[in-house]
Design a binder for this molecule. Structure first.
Ligand code: TRP
Length: 450
């Protein structure tokens, strides 16, 4: 198999922006603020940072090292270091997770698209009218999928890198503008206080689970997205500092998103603990009611759509890279094929918001929707599981000596203490912590089923 024509990043900045684009998505701007608001404010922020530092960063380095070493997709990369062993199924799990996450994530991404127009042109009606409208939902889903295809079609440099370079710098600009506006609203400080008030009593086993899950999802870890992006890196690239920039940028955007949302929520006397509904139900009402809300609201949904697009790109790229490397398919064919399969998989998710009674409330799962089920299996369980397996694979099978040597190419200083600390985290801390957390998770699952 040749790696010819796979593509490489054109520049270091291009890689950092593409990887940061993959990381920063709905998970940061939509999910992080509301789970922080519900789970102890500043206490949760600290817990999240701890999870990212101790588990997220080590796994990110594992994925990048593996990808750059092999210069292949997750399945190919694992095969390259373990031969034709059962380990390759970890790669297949990643490819499958890419398709499955993309299939429901794009539904929400489609809403961001819809809300840009809804806010800009002042189309009324509550959120339920958008999501319950099957045809509109399906069209938005398809439109977002086509946008994603359009970028991935262009390849690593001509598509992903080019668009990341255009879109990513816009993101913090819009966010900061919204924050400045939001903070000047009367009663805004109330929101800041709610967001940041540290409530350590809110930290429970469940909260730790949320923080760890968020560390994986928000940093695009556990399914080989970073193996794939790492595989387009050249050997002299410093993956240590590039990786840390990606994580740091993500934490910053997550943290800032709360300052855009909560002050506005409090200024308009809305419920901050509205959960997942916060962004799509409460915020549009707020924008509709506040002065300048039309412009700010439109800007907010443009922000969300950009963040979502650079993430859907990376989700699509994993299975596409797999087909290119392993099946010798041409990129354009692979892109259309994966997109087609994803659309089929996405139909039940599109129907999960009232479109179909069955998918909206699955009878055998106590009324959980198909969408929630997908998010639970692939967003919450598969990523930490994949991350744990990646850590064991690299820490115990490939070996830390080889992994540290890979990391040290481009950053010789990694050879000493940093490499030793990383090795300890990868071999012991990551597998043990993730295992315990997953036991807890399945315990909860059992209780739910009783
Ligand atoms: N990180 C993205 C977010 O926060 C979602 C995402 C994109 C993702 N690619 C991924 C999650 C790969 C896990 C794996 O919204």
């Amino acid at each position: 198999m040749t790696t010819e024509g796979r593509g490489t990043w054109g520049s270091r900045l291009g890689f950092v922006l593409a990887a940061a684009g993959s990381a920063v998505g709905l998970g940061h701007i939509w999910r992080f603020p509301y789970i922080t608001g519900e789970n102890g404010g500043a206490a949760f922020v600290l817990l999240y940072i701890l999870c990212v530092a101790l588990i997220g960063v080590p796994i990110l380095f594992v994925e990048l090292a593996l990808g750059r070493h092999a210069q292949l997709n997750p399945v190919g990369a694992i095969r390259k270091i373990t031969g034709n062993s059962a380990w390759k199924y970890v790669g297949y799990l990643g490819v499958a997770a890419g398709v499955c996450i993309l299939s429901y994530y794009t539904v929400v991404a489609g809403w961001t698209f819809g809300y840009i127009f809804k806010t800009a042109f002042g189309w009324g009606g509550p959120h339920g009218q958008l999501t319950g409208n099957v045809l509109l939902n399906a069209l938005l889903f398809l439109a977002f999928m086509l946008l994603t295809v359009g970028v991935v079609y262009g390849g690593v440099q001509g598509g992903i890198e080019k668009w990341s370079k255009i879109l990513m710098p816009i993101l913090p600009l819009i966010l900061v503008a919204i924050i400045l506006y939001s903070l000047t609203l009367p009663g805004a400080m109330e929101g800041v206080r709610f967001y940041l008030r540290p409530d350590f009593s809110a930290i429970t086993g469940q909260t730790v689970l949320m923080a760890l899950g968020q560390a994986f999802f928000a940093n695009s870890l556990g399914m080989g997205a970073m193996v794939t992006y790492g595989s387009y890196l050249s050997k002299n690239e410093n993956i240590v500092t590039s990786g840390l920039s990606v994580v740091g940028f993500g934490i910053l955007i997550s943290f800032l998103a709360g300052f855009a949302i909560f002050p506005a929520v409090f200024a308009m006397g809305q419920d901050p603990a509205a959960g997942p509904q916060l962004v799509f139900v409460i915020l549009p009402e707020i924008f509709a009611a506040m002065p300048g809300g039309l412009v700010v609201g439109t800007a907010f949904f443009v922000l969300l759509a950009i963040a979502a697009l650079t993430s859907t790109i990376s989700l699509l790229e994993v299975p596409v890279a797999f087909l290119i490397d392993e099946k010798g398919m041409r990129r354009k064919v692979a892109t259309w094929l994966v997109a087609g399969v994803t659309v089929l998989f996405g139909i039940p998710s599109v129907l999960s918001f009232g479109g179909s009674a069955f998918f909206t409330s699955l009878p055998f799962l106590g009324g959980m929707s198909f969408f929630d089920l997908m998010d639970f299996i692939f967003g919450a369980v598969a990523l930490p599981l994949g991350g744990m397996l990646f850590a064991i694979l690299v820490g115990w099978r490939w070996g830390m000596a080889r992994a540290v040597a890979e990391m040290a190419q481009g950053n010789p200083a990694f050879m000493g203490l940093p490499g030793a600390v990383w090795g300890f985290l990868v071999r012991y801390v990551c597998p043990a912590v993730i295992f315990v957390v997953m036991l807890h998770q399945t315990g909860i699952l059992r209780k739910l089923m009783e």
